[in-house]
Design a protein around this ligand. Structure first.
Ligand code: EPU
Length: 342
């Protein structure tokens, strides 16, 4: 079956926060050829729609409107090689971490710092996933997507994807794109990126002096397992806030009062501040409002202790934003997509 429709679908297991939500209609598509017909029908009924991968970067503050479309397009294959890089094409429905493991098993490197990031391949370019000093955008050869406005399948070159820190054209133009596959250009051999704070120390502690991609992969997995709550055990969507990028002058002012605040350069005139540090030093690490909580492991992660609703998690997020704003004068922006906030 290449298109499967379900009425009044329960989305609780389809979002990693594990909050209750329902879709009037859920469409699972495992063949991109079905998309023109499906979206013609959606447009014909004037319905809004939402793309859903594994629901690892969204918060259902309420039920989504219209139809939820889940591309379960499968397949990973080498499709070419040029300029010393191997092109790998992966279907949008594949698991991201599964793809990272596949590339390492095929002696390709580059993605090892992005190990264990929850979610699907199709969701990865939307927020330009990044971790431990590496961003997905560095390896994108092309993104294949259905252009809902034009009703056609197309292929976007990296320069057309508008990638930025935790951002892309796909995120900025909601309702226009459904990603169907991602093409990556990966080296067979490259100097691993080990400069990110904590990663070098993790490798040293494991006794690794000349790390290869496999060693970096193992170290990243160990770090993430230790520092981040596992969504399989306690509902969460990874970092709930972006690290705020502020003018250098503002950063200097805040750091004048708080010299321990970690920060990183972001272009010539801006500085990226650690949102986790700001939240922790607002006294909110481990804070709970009912079952909606700030993780006691990592202050940037909001968690569902069991019975939280999306609306309660959103109320907690607003409390965090207000508290950090009042204490440090810095605005925090949510990273996940918030659905049905009304
Ligand atoms: N810190 C605190 N309190 C905490 C946790 C961290 O003060 O509870 C401070 C520490 O001083 C630490 C600094 O924050 O040095 C940075 O922490 P970390 O290395 O964990 O990185 P992050 O900036 O908080 C970002 C990404 C993560 C990614 C890590 C590692 C964003 C929004 N988040 O977090 O991505 O895993 O770097 O590269 O950029 C995600 O996007 O879902 C995600 C988990």
């Amino acid at each position: 079956m290449s298109l499967h429709l379900e009425h009044d679908a329960d989305l609780t297991a389809l979002n990693t926060f594990g909050v209750p939500a329902r879709a009037a209609m859920l469409a699972r598509v495992d063949d991109a050829g079905e998309l023109p017909g499906l979206f013609a029908a959606i447009a014909g009924q004037g319905l809004p729609w939402l793309a859903l991968g594994q629901g690892s970067n969204l918060l259902f503050a309420g039920d989504p409107q219209g139809i939820v479309v889940q591309p379960v397009l499968a397949g990973i294959a080498v499709t070419g090689e040029s300029g010393g890089r191997v092109r790998v094409r992966a279907g949008a429905g594949e698991s991201w971490h599964g793809l990272v493991e596949w590339t390492l098993a095929h002696d390709l490197c580059g993605l090892e710092n992005l190990a264990l990031i929850p979610g699907t391949v199709g969701a990865a370019p939307v927020q330009n996933i990044g971790a431990y000093g590496v961003e997905l955008a560095a390896f994108i050869g092309a993104v294949e997507a259905f252009d809902v406005g034009a009703g056609v399948l197309c292929r976007l070159e990296p320069g057309d994807c508008g990638f930025a820190y935790r951002d892309s054209r796909f995120k900025r133009e909601p309702g226009r794109w459904l990603i169907t596959a991602v093409e990556l250009d990966l080296p067979r051999d490259a100097e691993p990126v080990t400069g990110y704070a904590g990663l070098g120390a993790e490798l040293a502690a494991a006794g690794v002096t000349r790390p290869d991609a496999r060693a970096v992969f193992e170290a990243v997995c160990a770090l993430r397992r230790r520092k981040l709550p596992d969504p399989a055990r306690i509902g969460n969507a990874g970092s709930f806030f972006k690290n705020p990028v502020v003018p250098a002058l503002q950063a200097a002012f805040v750091r004048d009062h708080h010299p321990d605040l970690p920060c990183w350069p972001a272009g010539a005139e801006h500085v990226k501040l650690s949102a986790a540090w700001l939240i922790e030093h607002s006294g909110l690490k481990g804070h709970r409002i009912g079952d909606a909580g700030v993780s006691d492991r990592h202050a940037l992660v909001l968690v569902n202790h069991g019975g939280a609703t999306g609306a309660q998690l959103l109320a907690l997020a607003r409390h965090v934003q207000d508290t950090v704003q009042a204490r440090f004068g810095v605005a925090l922006e949510p990273e996940p997509v918030i659905i049905g906030a009304g």
